[in-house]
Design a protein around this ligand. Sequence first.
Ligand SMILES: *[C@@H]1O[C@H](CO)[C@@H](O)[C@H](O)[C@H]1NC(C)=O
Ligand SMILES: *[C@@H]1O[C@H](CO)[C@@H](O)[C@H](O)[C@H]1NC(C)=O
Ligand SMILES: *[C@@H]1O[C@H](CO)[C@@H](O)[C@H](O)[C@H]1NC(C)=O
Length: 347
Amino acid sequence: MKTLLILFVVFPLILSAQNPKKYVITKTHEAITIDGSDTEIAWRNAIWTDCFVDIEGEKRPNPYLTTRAKMLWNDTCLFFFAELEEPHIWANLTERESVIFHDNDFEIFIDPDGDTHNYIEFEINAFGTEWDLLLPKPYRNNGPPLTAFNIKGINSAVKIFGSINNPSDKDEKWTVEIAMPWNSLLETKQKSRRIPMDGEIWRINFSRVQWETEVVDGKYVKEKDPKTGRNLPENNWVWSPQGRIDMHMPEKWGYVMFSDSIQNKETQEDFEIKDTAIINEIWELYYKQKLYYMKNKAYTKDLEVSENTEIFVGKQQFEIIIKVPGTNRSYYINQDGWFRKEIEEKR
Ligand SMILES: *[C@@H]1O[C@H](CO)[C@@H](O)[C@H](O)[C@H]1NC(C)=O
Ligand SMILES: *[C@@H]1O[C@H](CO)[C@@H](O)[C@H](O)[C@H]1NC(C)=O
Ligand SMILES: *[C@@H]1O[C@H](CO)[C@@H](O)[C@H](O)[C@H]1NC(C)=O
């Protein structure tokens, strides 16, 4: 009981700085024209996310350009709208499936199950060139990116407020509007391959990759580090800070809740995620197992845990189960970072 108490007191402190963002996605019955403009009444009423922050969180300076996004849905599609303040709009890549983050880009990450496996990554640059891929597992768990994957039926548009690849003037921003059909998104789900129900929660994150550039001979070029001669590292600006330069930690992404309501109630943004302390606890145990493995090339049964926790360890595997006291809910995680909740049926 004592350990349990300590866990409950300590973990919220460690993690409070990095609680994932939340957003309620309201429904629309209005036709949404994918043209890069948010002129529809539904878009006008949709609430913007908080402005993006640096991926590493508060230890780095705030982004010097504003980025924000909003979302809507109907029974066919999930819609995204993003606004990227940018005095110098440029793009180079024109071929679909190019490595888009070599240009400045806007990125969306979607994990419908919230199990950190089988998630979608989508990137787009100011030319509107797209790259979509499927991650069966995060890179940290040796997941190969499946680049042949396509979000079938995706529709996107970029609008340029200024000029593209013209350093002689100052630009304002570029906006991105995207419709992703449920048909395609739902293929990544293990079960319940139906459109979201009112109150359903998914994990989503956004990121903006921004390179430092300068003008040479009338062209934008990436700024180089004078010492190494290599490109300066890119900025990674995100909706929900990850704490480190890695977007592939789906457990840190934002929570989005689908609402049947077309009315955006600000208070809805405070929806509760059940069992947060236990979810944080099981992830801490996962990180500890990984650290232990790095040092010892094996997993361990020997972690300090609360009393409703079980740890199973094999040579290359582990499973941790935490039962929520007084309920029929249990949380599971394994060596692949495959996270899930099980609800025991009453007999
Ligand atoms: C959802 O919106 C899209 C774009 O406006 C439209 O084509 C589609 O018919 C809508 N679906 C429903 C069920 O209203
Ligand atoms: C765009 O591509 C051209 C041609 O490869 C290159 O010279 C230029 O540096 C690129 N611009 C940026 C900003 O990377
Ligand atoms: C987005 O991902 C970054 C990196 O994983 C994380 O820090 C941030 O909290 C995430 N934000 C949201 C809203 O998911």
